[in-house]
Design a protein around this ligand. Structure first.
Ligand code: BJW
Ligand code: ZN
Length: 254
C-alpha cells in the first residue's frame, strides 16, 4: 500500500472495523457557516450560555431567547452540509454499522445522508408548547415579527433542545451508549467535549476497547485520551480518512 500520513494502527482498524461511531459537535458544522459555541469564533464569547440556554432564562427573557433561536434557525436553514458531513455519510458505503451521535441541533448530518443519527441535544426545527406539549415544527422565520409565539392554548412555545440542567432524551442517550460500547473505532469530531453527560460517550467507547480518533482544529480536554488526534478542519481531514478507507477497501477486493 502507498505511504500515508495516518498511523498503521488506524489503518489496521479500518481494515477490520464493522461498527463505527462518529461523536460530533459544533465544529463539524463550522465550515458550513454555523458558529460554534466556544473557541475563538464561538457565539458564547459574546453571549453567555447561562443567560440563554436554560429554562429560567427562557421564562425571564422569552422574546430574547426565542429570537436567538430564530436567528440560528435562519443560519442553519441557509447552511449546506460540508465535505465533513458528506464524508461521514459516505462511510455507510464501506462499513456495516455507522452511527452518528451528535450534540448538534442543526440537521446537517441528516441532510448529508447519514441514516442512523442520535441527537443528544435535540433539534432546532422542533418546538413544543410547555403547557399542552403540542408540537410546532418548521416555524416560519418572519424578520418583521419579533418576539416569541404562543400556543393555541396560550402556553409558551420553546425549541425542543436540551438546555443546561435538563435531561437528555433517554432513549437516544442509551442507544448512543450501546453503539459506543460496541464500536471498533470512535471518531470524536469538532467538539470541545466539556458538556456532560454527552461527553461520556467517547469514554464509554474507550472503556470498551474502541480505537479513539479525535479530529479538531486544536487540542481539547479529550486529546490526552485519544489514541490518535488529527489537528485540522473536519471538512478536510474526514475526506482524507475516507479516501484511505476507499484505498483499503479496493485493495481488499483485488
Ligand atoms: C473544529 C472546527 C473545524 C471549530 N473542524 N473542529 C458532569 C460534570 C460536570 C458538569 C456536569 C456533569 N453532568 C452534568 C453537568 C452540568 C452540565 C454541564 O455539562 N456543564 C459543563 C459545561 C460544566 N450539563 C447539563 O446541564 C446537561 N444536563 C444534565 O446534566 O442533566 C441532568 C440534570 C438534570 C436536572 C438537574 C441536574 C442535572 C445538559 C447539557 C445541555 C447542553 N446544551 C447545549 C445547548 C443546546 C441547545 C442549543 O444548541 O442552543 O448544547 S450547550 C452547547 O454545548 C450545545 C452543544 O451541543 C454543547 C457542546 O458544545 P460543542 O459541540 O462541543 O461545541 P463547542 O463550541 O464547545 O466546541 C467546538 C469545537 O469545535 C472546538 O473544540 C473547536 O476547536 C472545534 N472546531 N472549527 C474541526 N472546522
Ligand atoms: Zn399549548
Amino acid at each position: 500500500m502507498s505511504e500515508t500520513k495516518f498511523p498503521k494502527e488506524l489503518l489496521d482498524k479500518l481494515v477490520t472495523a464493522e461498527n463505527i461511531v462518529f461523536f460530533t459537535g459544533a465544529g463539524i458544522s463550522a465550515e458550513s457557516g454555523v458558529p460554534t459555541f466556544r473557541g475563538k469564533d464561538g457565539i458564547w464569547n459574546k453571549l453567555k450560555p447561562e443567560e440563554l440556554a436554560n429554562f429560567n432564562a427562557f421564562l425571564r427573557n422569552t422574546d430574547m431567547v426565542w429570537e436567538w433561536y430564530q436567528y440560528r434557525r435562519k443560519i442553519v436553514r441557509e447552511a449546506q452540509p460540508n465535505p465533513g458531513h458528506l464524508a461521514i455519510a459516505e462511510f455507510q458505503n464501506y462499513f456495516p454499522n455507522v452511527t452518528v451521535v451528535t450534540q448538534n441541533v442543526d440537521n446537517l448530518h441528516k441532510r448529508a445522508g447519514s441514516k442512523k443519527i442520535y441527537e443528544l441535544h435535540g433539534n432546532i426545527e422542533r418546538n413544543f408548547c410547555i403547557d399542552c406539549k403540542k408540537w410546532y415544527n418548521d416555524v416560519p422565520i418572519d424578520e418583521n415579527k419579533k418576539g416569541a409565539i404562543k400556543c393555541d392554548c396560550g402556553g409558551l412555545i420553546r425549541p425542543d433542545v436540551v438546555w443546561f440542567g435538563e435531561y437528555l432524551p433517554q432513549d437516544e442517550f442509551k442507544q448512543s451508549e450501546w453503539e459506543a460500547g460496541r464500536s471498533d473505532i470512535c471518531f470524536v469530531v469538532g467538539t470541545s467535549a466539556v458538556v456532560y453527560p454527552a461527553a461520556y460517550i467517547p469514554f464509554t467507547a474507550l472503556q470498551a476497547g474502541s480505537y479513539l480518533v479525535e479530529v479538531n482544529i486544536e487540542p481539547t480536554d479529550f486529546s490526552s485520551h485519544a489514541h490518535y488526534s488529527y489537528f485540522g478542519e473536519a471538512g478536510k481531514v474526514l475526506p482524507e480518512i475516507l479516501s484511505e478507507v476507499k484505498k483499503i477497501k479496493s485493495s481488499k477486493k483485488q
